[in-house]
Design a protein around this ligand. Structure first.
Ligand code: ADP
Ligand code: MG
Length: 255
């Protein structure tokens, strides 16, 4: 394998071989010298500046840093919502940093389950219908769709509430619906941006227990947070500052 510095000069074939190797090694996320630069007037803002990260299947990782450190920008790159200015990003062995918008949308639907601070549920739809939505986009037939959505709600202990609409559910229950929706496509990664940010402490802890259980069941989880208490639920913390990885350390839970 070539050294990291020369990875930008690899041929198409070498890039593909590298992706194959990452997939064989069970590395779901791999970035090489990843940059995202915004131009604001005559100023360049390096929101992500040269990030190398490596996340294996089954890991539970928190990306933590102060406001403005580049967490959301990095999450948008990892989640294929945005493309880097420079550098390589392999998602499950595929070179996402080279993809056009439609291909990115496809890989995003297949590989990534998103959980947001404010749940982002359809207000007029039942919990069941909200969880079915990604399956509708994926073209799953209706019978199978209903069964899989119901199973996903069962996995977050919400089967009893599946015909309720979001305004008939508590904040914690809404976030559990959003988690069921994120998981229903069986994604390679569950990507959560401040998932407890809109919840009180007790409810936030409930959600963190659910993440712990989902991790125990084999899911790969990447959590973005500015709160050290929340990050400590993960097994590894990647500290971000000024768009760079400052520290990458295991937590006591990894033992
Ligand atoms: P965090 O999520 O850690 O608070 P962000 O990733 O949102 O940080 O932002 C990192 C830096 O990039 C900040 O300086 C922010 O102002 C800047 N930034 C983020 N998005 C944009 C954008 N669309 N245009 C210009 N600058 C941006
Ligand atoms: Mg942010």
């Amino acid at each position: 394998m070539p050294a990291l510095e020369s990875v930008q000069e690899l041929s198409q074939k070498e890039l593909e071989e590298r992706g194959e190797q990452l997939r064989r090694e069970g590395i779901v996320i791999r970035t090489y010298d990843l940059w995202k630069t915004y131009i604001m007037g005559d100023q360049e803002i390096h929101a992500v500046s040269g990030v190398d990260i490596n996340i294996r299947r089954g890991e539970y990782v928190a990306i933590m840093g102060p406001s403005g450190s580049g967490k959301s920008t990095l999450m948008n790159l990892i989640g294929c919502l945005d493309t880097p200015t420079k550098g390589l990003y392999y998602l499950n062995g595929k070179l996402a940093s080279d993809m056009e918008d439609d291909e990115l949308a496809r890989i995003r639907n297949k590989e990534i389950g998103f959980v947001f601070q404010t749940f982002n549920l359809l207000a007029r739809a039942t919990a069941l219908h909200n969880v079915e939505l990604p399956l509708i986009y994926a073209g799953v037939p209706s019978q199978e769709r209903a069964e899989r959505a119901q199973a996903a709600l069962r996995a977050v202990d919400l089967e009893q509430r599946m015909l309720h609409k979001p305004n008939e559910l508590s904040g914690g229950q809404r976030q559990r619906v959003a988690i069921a929706r994120a998981l229903v496509n069986r994604p390679s990664i569950l990507l959560a941006d401040e998932p407890t940010g809109a919840l009180d402490t007790a409810t936030g802890n409930e959600i963190m227990s659910l993440f712990a259980r989902l991790h125990g069941e084999g899911n790969t989880i990447v959590l973005v947070t500015h709160e050290p208490d929340i990050a400590l639920h993960a097994h590894r913390i990647i500290h971000i500052r000024d768009g760079k990885v400052e520290l990458d350390e295991p937590t006591p839970r990894s033992r």
